[in-house]
Design a protein around this ligand. Structure first.
Ligand SMILES: NC(=O)c1ccc[n+]([C@@H]2O[C@H](COP(=O)([O-])OP(=O)(O)OC[C@H]3O[C@@H](n4cnc5c(N)ncnc54)[C@H](O)[C@@H]3O)[C@@H](O)[C@H]2O)c1
Length: 475
C-alpha cells in the first residue's frame, strides 16, 4: 500500500496534507511494513548513516574482566564473541559458581583469573585494561572506586551508585586517576535516539520548547522486577526513578541540550500492596489461589504459561514446567503481588524546567500493555512523535511529514541487539574511547551521566518533600 492510500484508509488525508490525529498517524505508521516504508519517496524518509558495530581500536585488543556474570555481564561479554580481535574477556568475578564456570568456559579464562567476588579480584594488581561492573545496584560504588585506583578503565552499569554523594565521589576518583568510566546509558547509543537527536540538531523543527516523554514499564515487567524482583526495595537498590528511569532523565537532558534547573515529582505505590489483596489469596500463586485465573499478575501465567522473564532462574531446561514450578514455590518470584516486601512506586510523574525556559514532563507507568518509550518533541517550527521504532516529524509551514524507521534504517548486525542496538553500540564506543584514551569518544561522559543522576535524586527529594527542588550539578 502506498503512503497516501494508507493515510486515506486511516482517515488522515482529507484535503492536501491535513493531519488530524498525530497519535493515530504515528501508531499507524509504525504498523507499515518495511516494504511499504521503503516505497516512500526519499524526501519523506529521514536518514542518518549508521555506524557498524565493529569497533575501531587501532589494532589493539582490549582485555576485560567481567564483575558480575549475570544478565548484563553476559551481554557485554558477548561482544567479545562477535569481535574477538578487538575485545577479550580474561577474567571474571562472580559468586554463583554456575555463572562463573560458564563464563570461564565460554571465554577460555585461566583459573587464576576467576574470583568469587570483586573484593578478591581487586586485591590483585591490575590484570586487564578494563573492568565491566555489572553487579547489583548496591555493589557498584565499592568496586568502581577500587578499580579506578588500580588503574582500570570501567564500563559501569547504571545506576552509577546509590547516593548523589557516591556518584560525585566516582566522578572525582575518575579525575584523580585520570581514567575513563562509561555508564551504561544505553539509549544514547541506540540508532533511534541518535537519529532523533540529530534531526532535532539539524534545526528541522526549530528550537525545542517542550518534551513529553513516557516510559511504559508494562504490567508484567513491573511485577517481575519492581514488585517481586531485584529492584523492589528502594533502599536495597535505588529509587525507581534511577533504577528504571535514569535512562529517560538522561535522554531528555540530552535532547534538550541544556542543564535542568528545577524538578518536581509526584508518584506512589498505588496497587501492589497488602490492602489491595483479594480476600483469602494465598502467599504464593502456586498455592491454589482462587483468583489465579483472573489475575493479570499471576506468576503461573507469566513464568509457566508464557515463559517470560525466565533468565533469573538459571534453569537447566526452560521448557521443563516442573523445574519452573519448583522455582515459583521456593523463590520470591512465586509470591502474590499483593504480599511482597516492595516499596517502589508504580506510577511516577516528573516536571522539569531547563535553562532558557525549556520544559519537559516525564511519566513512568506500570499500567501499560507494552514497554519501550514514547516521546513527543514540541519545536517552534515543527513537532516529532515516536515510539522507539519509528518517529514522524511534522513541519508546521508545509504540513509535510518525514519518517525515521528502524525497519528501514537498521543494519543487519544490529538486529536483535537489546535497547534498539544501544547495548552493543555502547561497548563499541567504550572500547574505542579506551583504545584512544579519550573519553570524549563517548556520547555519555561520566560527567553527563552524573548530571542526569543528580536530576533523579532531586526528583526523589521532590516526591518525598512535595516541593520543587533545584538541580545543582556542582556541590
Ligand atoms: N543498562 C541497562 O539498561 C540495564 C538493564 C538491566 C539492568 N541493569 C543494571 O545492571 C546491573 C546488573 O543487573 P542484572 O540484571 O545483570 O543482574 P543479575 O542479578 O543478573 O547479575 C548480577 C550479578 O552480580 C553477581 N554478584 C553479586 N555480588 C557480587 C560480588 N560481590 N562480586 C561479583 N559479582 C557479584 C550476582 O551473583 C549476579 O550474577 C544492575 O545494576 C542493574 O540495575 C542495567
Amino acid at each position: 500500500m502506498i503512503r497516501r492510500d494508507f493515510l486515506k484508509q486511516i482517515g488522515l488525508v482529507t484535503a492536501g496534507l491535513a493531519i488530524t490525529d498525530p497519535f493515530a498517524m504515528a501508531k499507524s505508521m509504525a504498523g507499515m511494513s518495511a516494504e511499504e516504508l521503503a516505497k516512500l519517496p526519499p524526501e519523506e524518509l529521514i536518514h542518518f548513516p549508521l555506524r557498524s558495530l565493529r569497533p575501531d581500536t587501532g589494532g589493539k585488543r582490549i582485555t576485560a574482566i567481567i564483575v558480575g556474570a549475570g544478565n548484563r555481564g553476559r551481554l557485554y561479554a558477548s561482544y567479545a564473541e562477535r569481535y574477538p580481535e578487538n575485545f577479550k574477556i580474561v577474567g571474571v568475578a562472580e559468586p554463583i559458581e554456575g555463572r562463573r564456570d560458564a563464563m570461564i568456559k565460554k571465554h577460555g579464562i585461566p583459573m587464576e583469573n576467576a574470583f568469587v567476588g570483586f573484593k578478591e579480584l581487586l586485591e590483585q594488581p591490575k590484570l586487564a585494561d578494563v573492568v565491566v561492573i555489572a553487579t547489583p545496584d548496591d555493589l557498584h560504588y565499592e568496586p568502581c572506586m577500587k578499580a579506578l585506583e588500580l588503574g582500570y578503565d570501567v564500563l559501569l552499569e547504571k545506576p552509577i551508585a546509590q547516593t548523589e554523594k557516591e556518584c560525585r565521589d566516582i566522578l572525582r576518583q575518575t579525575e584523580k586517576y585520570n581514567r575513563i568510566v562509561a555508564v551504561c546509558h544505553v539509549l544514547r547509543y541506540a540508532p533511534y535516539f541518535i537519529a532523533l537527536r540529530e534531526y532535532i540538531r539539524s534545526g528541522a523543527i526549530g528550537e525545542v520548547v517542550n518534551i513529553q516523554h513516557m516510559e511504559p514499564i508494562e504490567f508484567a515487567h513491573m511485577a517481575h522486577s519492581y514488585v517481586r524482583g531485584k529492584w523492589r526495595v528502594e533502599k536495597e537498590t535505588t529509587p525507581i526513578i534511577l533504577a528504571k528511569s535514569c535512562h529517560d532523565l538522561d535522554i531528555m537532558r540530552w535532547l534538550i541540550d541544556k542543564p535542568c534547573k528545577v524538578i518536581s515529582a509526584e508518584g506512589s505505590l498505588h496497587l501492589f500492596k497488602k490492602e489491595n489483596m483479594p480476600e483469602g489469596a494465598p502467599f504464593r500463586c502456586t498455592d491454589g489461589c482462587p483468583y489465579e485465573a483472573e489475575c493479570p499478575f499471576s506468576a503461573m501465567d507469566v513464568y509457566l504459561r508464557r515463559k517470560k522473564h525466565l533468565g533469573v532462574f538459571d534453569l537447566k531446561n526452560r521448557n521443563d514446567d516442573a523445574e519452573i514450578l519448583e522455582k515459583l514455590r521456593t523463590t520470591g518470584y512465586g509470591r502474590c503481588v499483593f504480599q511482597c516486601d516492595n516499596d517502589q512506586p508504580d506510577h511516577y510523574v516528573t516536571t522539569m524546567l531547563f535553562e532558557e525556559d525549556k520544559t519537559a514532563t516525564f511519566t513512568m507507568d506500570a499500567f501499560t500493555p507494552w514497554g519501550g518509550r514514547r516521546t513527543r518533541v514540541m519545536g517552534t517550527k515543527g513537532y516529532i512523535e515516536g515510539d522507539m521504532s519509528i518517529f514522524t516529524a511534522w513541519d508546521f509551514k508545509t504540513g509535510k511529514t518525514k519518517i525515521w524507521s528502524r525497519e528501514v534504517e537498521e543494519l543487519e548486525e544490529y538486529k536483535g541487539a537489546g535497547h534498539g542496538g544501544g547495548d552493543l553500540a555502547l561497548v563499541r564506543d567504550f572500547l574505542e574511547a579506551v583504545a584512544a584514551q579519550d573519553q570524549s569518544r563517548l556520547s555519555s561522559t561520566l560527567e553527563a551521566s552524573v548530571e542526569s543522576h543528580v536530576m533523579g535524586f532531586a526528583a526523589e527529594k521532590s516526591r518525598k518533600s512535595m516541593r520543587k527542588v533545584r538541580v545543582k550539578m556542582r556541590d
